[in-house]
Design a protein around this ligand. Structure first.
Ligand code: FES
Length: 77
């Protein structure tokens, strides 16, 4: 299910290892990087992918509004 999302960044996100979450024993916990492009907390996943997973259908190209993250267009992929 392809989607178009306008992003304005012109460089990478920096994630400092010191910011990685740890459990009570000090072990590193997993971090989840957004792959859908809809997160409001890029590069981290914020759960927004659940919205696209729930509505997008195979074979359709979806365009999302960059502010509201709502679908504003859909057409055959
Ligand atoms: S993968 Fe994009 S918000 Fe979770």
């Amino acid at each position: 299910m392809p989607r178009l999302i306008r992003l304005d960044a012109v460089g990478p996100f920096k994630i400092e290892p010191a910011a990685f979450p740890r459990d009570d024993q000090g072990n590193l916990k997993p971090i989840f990087i957004c792959a859908c492009g809809l997160s409001r907390t890029l590069p981290m996943c914020d759960g927004s992918h659940k919205a696209c997973r729930a509505v997008e259908q195979p074979g359709i190209l979806y365009t999302y509004d960059p502010v509201t993250r709502q679908i504003i267009d859909q057409r055959p992929a």
